[in-house]
Design a protein around this ligand. Sequence first.
Ligand SMILES: Nc1ncnc2c1ncn2[C@@H]1O[C@H](COP(=O)(O)OP(=O)(O)OP(=O)(O)O)[C@@H](O)[C@H]1O
Length: 745
Amino acid sequence: MLALGSSIGAGMGIGLNVSSSILRNGLIRFSAEGVTGRSILLARNAAKRQISSYRPSTHRRIPTTFIRHNSSTPHPSTSSTSKISTPTESSALIQTDSKETSKRSILSRITSNLSLKPVAETHTSKEGGAEEHGSSSVVKLLELARPESRQLGIAVGLLLVSSSVSMLVPLTIGKLIDFFSSNSTQFLGLSFPVAAGLLAVTFCIGATANAGRAIIMRTSGQRIIARVRNQAYLSTLRQEPEFADRSAGDIVSRISVDTNILGDSVTSNLSDGLRALISATVGVAAMFWISAKLTLVMLCVVPPVSLGAVFYGRYLRKLSNLTQEAVGEMSKTAEEKLNAFKTVAAYNSQPLEATLFSKKVDQVFQLAKKEAYMTGIFWGASGLTGNLAMLCLLGYGGHLVSISEITVGDLTSLLMYSAYVGGSVSGMTGFFTGLMRGVGAGSRVFWLLDRPSHIPLDKGVALNRSRNGAIRFENLKFRYPSRKEVMVLKGINMTIEPGTSVALVGSSGSGKSSIQQLISRFYDPEEGRITFDGTDIREFTPESWRERIGVVFQDPILFAGTVHENIAYGSPDATREDVEEAARAANCDFIWDLPKGFDTIIGKASLSGGQRQRISIARALVRNPSILLLDEATSALDSTSENAVNAAIDDIIRQKNITVILAAHRLSSIARAERVVVLENGVVSEQGRYDVLSRKEGSRFRTLMAAQLLVEKSSKGIEEDGSEEEDTQIQNEKEGKEIAEEGKR
Ligand SMILES: Nc1ncnc2c1ncn2[C@@H]1O[C@H](COP(=O)(O)OP(=O)(O)OP(=O)(O)O)[C@@H](O)[C@H]1O
């Protein structure tokens, strides 16, 4: 009966096509359906810093107000607000007014007025997990559809019209059979041609309503998907940097695949469910009207099917969660390796990577196979039940016809209605399972939306641009959250006066970069604090604090875009002159030789390492920072470029208006700094001026640098000229002198 119901329903435009419904809610669907031109545009706009304000909890209530804050406004809380758009348009998420878009980066828009209501406690049993009570997820799912309520209301109206028309079909067919098997000249109380014409018009109205319903439902679904994707991405951007580092692939899977399932489940799936409910109700009422006895026989089949559907739905939800997590893992694996494709190729690791990926794919497949078996068994059993019920109906109905209790037309109508009702029951089962799948995908997306950042971007007071002072480390202890067993910094104490320069020195892994990351507030210390002008930097909003810092990472990243865009990244107000000046200061002469100069399109890997590093230095300088963090900033440069960049760094240091903290191994870089701080075993073991430390006998710095000197000498092909008999004292003195001299280069 269910199978028959499905096909008849589909034929009649009721669309009770169970298999297609399952397909539509498929677990793994990488289709680009949700990526409309509009959503791409939205994303691009977002990247262009046009985002106003974002409320992470808005999946409960999609934002209607978007708050823009002025560039000159020091803190989001004091910014002006303006209502700029309606909630029904996807574009409402994005606000476009580049003139007013200040130097504040995209993050400032994301952070302003965050009203994060952490519901993540419900999920925290497992980082990234999706453990949440189904009921609350269902409520959240339905709330997602709220901004679309007007459209969805219209769609439901159209659905009522199309379903009503469809439900006329069985009755009409029954009446037609009776009309043709009698001598009557009246059909439905009218002459046949008039009645046929009226029916045709009614069916046209039904078809139009059905088309309208489908269009509205689909577009609403896509709007919801676009909105959720934007929110999920914004939510990701406001997380602490380690979060994205750790789970980029999984996040991408949540934003692309899960949002699609989610959107489908609150629109197409909801529409299918409603249609099934209407069809079932009207069908049962019509059946009772035709023959209550026969209808009662038919309805015996509903309770067992419904019970089966409930168990099946629950199982499917669990399976859906597992599958989505497996898909996330799969994406993560692929993404990590594709990002390091040259390493994979260089080490001929393609077969290994293929095996690793295929294991992840297999995990997804095994789960999908389980679902396929469950689905097959469920639909097979419910189909059989339906067909047996149909046989009973025919047997008992035939008997009623033979005793003239009902006509042949009535039996035909009843048969058709029962097929409709059967189809509707299966449709409702599909709705339920689709909803459960949506809940599974939804809890993964909601987890992302609700996850509170460990370093909230909205917390704290804005740091006044004019404020300056010393950076002080007070008994700073730190370990990485992902490696709790290792204490990296065990009590750092030091003070860096404003406008001075400090070189952090220490063996590899001694914590130089970690200190810089703590200054940037990518992490917060476990104990102790870093103060700026006497205030704990955790009291400043990360945005206003980071705005004062220019960072040059060890492995500089360039984005696809022009040279100008790359240098001006994070400084949207920078003019061409500012960019050129910064490029000159960072010794980026090569830019002028590029085919289109600053307008040359570059990408992640279209420049040499040294060129990338210099662009990265220019990017840091164009911000006009108060603090410059250089993490092995000259490590990728040849000696000519290194000298030039060091000269640029010298200039910056000499001007004494930027505090420079550099982590370096090279003696020539270390020597630029006014003070050297030696890190060992998680503490500061020594500090002082370069020339003093390098000449101080037995200093830790000298021991460290002696090894470095050897490395640098051998890389330059300089032979050791000391004889074995040479007195150790003389050797020591020579070494100290050499280190000091090397530093002067
Ligand atoms: N994201 C991370 N998660 C866990 N541990 C980390 C992370 N980054 C660094 N570490 C560990 O912290 C310690 C300090 O690393 P850090 O990068 O600060 O050293 P470094 O002095 O800058 O080294 P190098 O000179 O090689 O750049 C090391 O033992 C390293 O393995």
